[in-house]
Design a protein around this ligand. Structure first.
Ligand code: G3P
Length: 214
């Protein structure tokens, strides 16, 4: 299982969480990565944790003020990036160009989608992975695997129909080891989560609980 901890724009300490993720990942053998704010990428990558961007812009070097250049994200030490998170929705053409930018710089790619239909559409663009996240469950603590298991199985089927090689992740409301196991049983190869770790009083304990049944 792959676990991506998205720090969003939460008021957490990205280094404290990065170190916790690194240590729990090393101790458990579970592949866990952190996606901090772009401005924190270098500091987070320096801890040795697997580091991901939350987004890259669909641009190349040039006159693109305010953009998140894929080259800069990779230079900062990131090895992957999300695209089209439901809090940062993109047009299809921009997802496509964002994927091109990420691939140009060697970043792994996970494209988020709201539902299985969108999963099928973005899988056709050839990312490494797609992630289904029903927006109404994000940040609720109610896991998608319990509230709407069909959305995960349908997303897996939709992706497989388009491209057997694309990995399928799920996210929204996931915070416990039990949630992770349910996601895996529904066919997800990884999960995206945020508040369960970024808002935890003790991120290490939250991460240890998460990986304990694996
Ligand atoms: O990117 C993962 C995120 O949207 C899920 O958020 O807080 O429900 O784990 P959360």
């Amino acid at each position: 299982m792959f676990v991506l901890v998205n720090l969003k724009a939460y008021p957490c300490d990205p280094i404290e969480i990065a170190e916790a993720v690194r240590d729990v990942s090393d101790a458990s053998g579970v592949d866990i990565a952190v996606a901090p704010q772009t401005a924190h990428l270098s500091q987070v990558a320096e801890t040795g944790v697997e580091t991901w961007g939350q987004h890259v812009s669909p641009v190349e070097h040039g006159s693109h003020t305010g953009s998140t250049l894929a080259e800069a994200v990779a230079d900062a030490g990131a090895t992957g990036t999300m695209l089209n998170h439901s809090e940062n929705r993109l047009k299809l053409a921009d997802i496509d160009a964002g994927l091109e930018a990420a691939e140009r710089t060697g970043l792994g790619t996970t494209v988020c989608a709201n539902n299985p239909e969108q999963v099928g559409a973005v899988a056709a663009l050839g990312p490494d992975a797609v992630a289904v996240e029903p927006p109404e469950l994000i940040g609720t603590g109610t896991p998608v695997s319990k509230a709407d298991p069909d959305i995960v199985t349908d997303a897996v089927a939709a992706a497989e129909e388009v491209d057997e090689d694309v990995s399928v992740f799920c996210g929204a409301g996931i915070s416990t080891g039990e949630d992770l196991v349910s996601a895996r049983e529904l066919g997800a190869e990884g999960v995206l989560l945020a508040s369960g770790v970024a808002k935890a009083d003790d991120p290490t304990a939250a991460l240890e609980d998460l990986v304990s049944p694996l």
